[in-house]
Design a protein around this ligand. Structure first.
Ligand code: NAD
Ligand code: AKB
Length: 315
């Protein structure tokens, strides 16, 4: 990667990925874009442009003028939000992503697509979910992720576009709040722990999902995009995860740092049903083998850092 355009950069991932890339490649080499203007470090730390990813002409012009060699396509609607507005989720997640991929083909750039554990469904093996297995998701978000995984592979095979993707688990971070997903509880719990010493979870105890700390997710994006293409047997998209946890496990890790922390439950049927349709834990051996994926944070180290950082910002 030398000159990178990032879509949807004001969200949970982009707000940390853009500064990370600017530190690695130079501030002027990373163009952040989003639907609406953003404020703060993203806008001040380097170039920014407004872009609706469904506008192919504007998208192409921007990539051409920036002389980008890579498009990191983060724009999208998350799982719970998608179920509440199915038409918009399809339009942005599928039509917008297909537009982004076509721009990459026309402008000759590499293309990164963030897939998700949501690309799996209830008929997928739940434990140690293999890299290649049944993918029959039951959310519009997941259906879109499978469609784009396939389309990205197709563009690689048919047109030679250098498409690469990750199946992100729930990402846990302290810079920007998550944007309407099922794994959001695993971020909210840390804020509420610092602010109130207790948390009411919308996900039931015993519901296991894969999670990962944002620092490891940023390293994974760079690691995959910089990987030697000759080593990549798979492309779209790699299983990655750092831990398989349920709300009780996170609560217990928090309790070791904040004695007396308590968790209660008020389960949201929509998000609980989505969570139950996803895997408990992924097999990440293909990512480890093909591009040396190796997350640094486990539940304990992530928990200490999350609580420290949130407390240092005053909650
Ligand atoms: P987010 O909801 O925090 O941010 C998404 C961004 O996309 C927002 O800034 C929004 O303004 C922008 N956007 C929406 N519609 C747009 C449009 N038409 N044109 C341009 N921008 C638009 O999402 P995120 O958590 O940063 O996730 C980014 C990507 O990673 C998404 O594709 C998501 O599905 C995927 N992903 C995220 C997670 C996670 O836990 N955060 C896990 C798996 C996959
Ligand atoms: C969501 O919960 O929708 C996302 C994801 C795992 O894709 N965090």
């Amino acid at each position: 990667m030398k000159r990178v355009v990032v879509t949807g950069s004001g969200g949970q991932i982009g707000s940390e990925l853009v500064p990370h890339l600017r530190r690695l490649y130079g501030a002027e080499k990373v163009l952040a874009t989003d639907l609406r203007p953003v404020s703060g470090p993203l806008a001040e730390g380097g170039p920014f442009a407004c872009l609706d990813v469904r506008d192919g002409e504007a998208f192409s012009a921007l990539v051409r003028h920036f002389r980008a060699d890579t498009v990191l396509h983060l724009a999208g609607l998350l799982s719970a939000r998608g179920e509440k507005d199915v038409a918009l989720a399809w339009d942005v997640n599928v039509n917008g992503s297909a537009t982004a991929l076509e721009v990459a083909r026309q402008e000759g750039t590499a293309f990164f697509f963030p897939s998700s554990i949501a690309a799996f469904g209830p008929s997928t093996p739940k434990k140690e979910t293999p890299q290649e297995t049944l993918q029959r998701p039951t959310t519009i978000y997941g259906v879109g992720k499978v469609a784009l995984e396939l389309l990205c592979d197709y563009y690689h095979l048919k047109f030679g576009v250098d498409t690469r993707g990750l199946r992100f688990p729930g990402l846990i971070s302290h810079e920007t709040q998550p944007g309407g997903g099922t794994t959001d509880y695993a971020v909210h719990i840390y804020y509420e722990a610092v602010r109130k010493g207790n948390y009411t979870s919308f996900i039931a105890p015993g519901t296991f999902m894969d999670m990962m700390y944002m620092a490891d997710a940023l390293d994974a994006v760079v690691g995959l995009m910089e990987a030697d293409p000759a080593r990549l047997v798979h492309r779209n998209a790699f299983n990655i995860s750092a831990m398989s946890v349920d709300p009780e496990a996170i609560a217990s890790a928090i309790g070791k740092v904040i004695p007396g922390f308590t968790i209660a439950y008020d389960v949201d049927p929509l998000r609980q049903a989505i969570a139950e349709s996803w895997p408990d834990s992924l097999d990440c051996s293909a990512a480890r083998k093909e591009w040396d994926f190796a997350p640094r944070y486990d539940l304990e180290t992530m928990t200490r850092e999350m609580l420290d950082r949130i407390a240092s910002k005053g909650g």
